[in-house]
Design a protein around this ligand. Structure first.
Ligand SMILES: C[S@@+](CC[C@H](N)C(=O)[O-])C[C@H]1O[C@@H](n2cnc3c(N)ncnc32)[C@H](O)[C@@H]1O
Length: 279
């Protein structure tokens, strides 16, 4: 089974870019930039969605997923999260909740979550936020959740991660350590999807600074796929840094519109033989 979105919600996942990523990799393969021996390194692996898809497209190749946020822990507890989803779904089933949820329903849900947590159950607040909070808002713990306004955004779909990261190798490192350890390894393909500059941390572990962005640019090696967005001035920064870094001298980019928003996301990659037209 190919997952076209992460099994558990993850802000900034590349579900809308998968088609483009596949095309760029096909072009690189046709150009001989990647082959059957290439190691794909998903340096900012997030939900593992890109690593998972690459493993389906290139099953014989080694694929590394850098799980800096410990998404694995959320996957390990997916059964608990599923039973909580089913409980909330039942609760909402017969009501018509178009606006904020009534206070009594919110209190009932909070009491249930609190009881579970007190019993030592793992609570996936990020997934819960996607079910209960306004789109794009995240609570990291019970206190933050109880302060938020609840909406009915519960999903009817059962959660599963069966086979999701089978065959993908997991590491959990700062991107500098990971890139430095593969620096002299020739046959690799870097997937670089850093947190966008000038955007909020959201559900990520840390803020991504300008200094980190520069350290990343210094470490870019061909072949690579680099993700950027209108929101974060990536193109402008890369355009400027091209003067100092030969790997970036020839690059091109393709854009894709994020569903539900008016921002443009880009994939920047070394110029190849046959580039597809801008979306
Ligand atoms: C835009 S997201 C990647 C999303 C991913 N491509 C997906 O489809 O789910 C950027 C990721 O980089 C991680 N990150 C932030 N600082 C990092 C660091 N210093 N080293 C490695 N990863 C980092 C964030 O926590 C987040 O998971």
């Amino acid at each position: 089974m190919i997952y076209t979105k992460p099994p558990l919600s993850f802000m900034g996942n590349k579900k809308n870019m998968l088609k483009h990523i596949k095309q760029v990799l096909n072009t690189m393969r046709a150009d001989g930039e990647i082959d059957g021996e290439s190691i794909f390194i998903d340096v900012f692996g997030g939900s593992g969605l890109v690593a998972h898809n690459i493993k389906q497209w290139y099953p014989r190749n080694q694929v590394l997923w850098n799980d800096y946020d410990n998404y694995q822990k959320r996957l390990d507890h997916i059964a608990q999260t599923e039973s909580l989803r089913a409980w909330i779904y039942e609760k909402m089933r017969d009501g018509e909740y178009r606006n904020a949820l009534p206070k009594d329903i919110k209190q009932e849900i909070l009491a249930h979550i609190h009881a579970l947590e007190t019993q030592g159950e793992y609570i996936d607040y990020i997934t819960l936020s996607s079910y209960l909070l306004f789109s794009g808002n995240y609570a990291r713990d019970f206190t933050e959740l109880s302060k938020a306004t609840f909406y009915n955004r519960i999903s009817a779909t059962r959660l599963t991660a069966k086979g999701y990261l089978d065959g993908v190798e997991r590491v959990s490192l700062d991107f500098i350590d990971l890139l430095d350890s593969y620096k002299s390894y020739k046959n690799k393909c870097l997937i670089l999807d850093p947190p966008y500059l000038q955007t909020q941390v959201g559900n990520y572990k840390d803020h991504f600074s300008l200094g980190q962005f520069f350290r990343l640019i210094e470490r870019v090696q061909r072949p690579y796929l680099f993700f950027g967005s209108d929101r974060s001035d990536t193109i402008e920064a890369v355009e400027y840094l091209k003067r100092y870094h030969k790997e970036l001298e020839t690059y091109t980019f393709n854009s894709a519109y994020l569903l539900g928003g008016n921002n443009t996301d880009y994939i920047i990659y070394p110029e190849g033989r046959s580039l597809f037209s801008i979306a």
